[in-house]
Design a protein around this ligand. Sequence first.
Ligand code: XIL
Length: 387
Amino acid sequence: MNLRFTSYTEARELGLLCSLVFGALLFSISAACAQLTLKEAFANTFRIGAALNPSQFSEENAEAVALIKSQFNSITPENILKWEAVHPKPDTFDFGPADSYVAFGEKYKMFIIGHTLVWHNQTPKWVFEDAQGTPLTRDALLERLHDHISKIVGRYKGKIRGWDVVNEAVDDNGNLRRSGWLRIIGEDYLVKAYEFAHEADPHVELYYNDYELEKEAKRKGVIALVKKLQAAGIQIAAVGNQAHYKLESPKLEQTDTVITELSKLGVKVNITELDINVLPAPGQFSGAEVSQLFEPAKGLDPYPNGLPDEIQQKLAKRYADLFSLFLKHRSSITRVTFWGVTDGDSWLNYFPVRGRTNYPLLFDRKGKPKPAYDAVIRLAPQQNQSK
Ligand code: XIL
């Protein structure tokens, strides 16, 4: 190439331009190298998890797999280990999806969570009845519970590392929820469930998982429950704070109180189902009780074609504030798990109102990191070290 400059100034300007372009290129290459993924950025702080469904762990979509394995080091099954899925009939266990979930976790060296053994939702009615439809006796239900827990925990012994043994056993007032378990067996169904899980895998971590722990009555009930379990000799490794949050609530101070108070029990406080709902709540809806469903109505689905920038920024700030708080409590938290990977995966597109377009996670519908992702990464201790 033969370049001829008519003047010295022209040549100098081109030189300057080249060095600017080269500099910018170098900067963006080094920025890209310095950009760690979530699991790398929080490597020495807490595990970063995601809830998965079969379309992800069956590996049918290579891009989804690439995203999951680069960003996360723990997984939770969104539905496939719930009673109705894994044990749909008295003598039928469907281990296919659970086997492939666990195989996926082992292949990519994930910390594999089991969710959940005892719950009032997604548990078939037959569980509490005999073949004639008559309510089971206490002994018969205990036997059924034992069989369920020992088969499932036993099958994945040494592979699933922690179990949400009991999910949501406390009601909004802080009393034990009047589920089939409580009505038929009585209060000790809780101790029994943990004993059965421990018997099936003595090394697996045992968790209690619940939502809206920021509400005082509920939190008190959960604290009382954990103390009772501990008094009965159960080793609770962690309480899971589901953290199905909204943009404005709960307040950070409330989440701060949850982590502080629960960690005083000598347990870890994990964030187990994190998402931030940016859509309006239907009229009487409160909480995350999954049996409440509402029909679509005017005004409930305001962003079908994309999230306005203003809300996007609010979401980023909300995530940054929460992660700052989690970092402050890093000695109490071992895992932060998101309830889904991309916005398109989230249950909040169909709960508590069917057919909406929600934006609760760190990756958009194409799997691209959102501003909230950058806001979270910027806070990470590893990220700051690598600068
Ligand atoms: C939700 C799933 O995400 C949905 O796909 C399903 O229809 C209902 O359950 N608390 C829990 C989770 O512990 O198991 C729930 O998951 C969300 C609330």
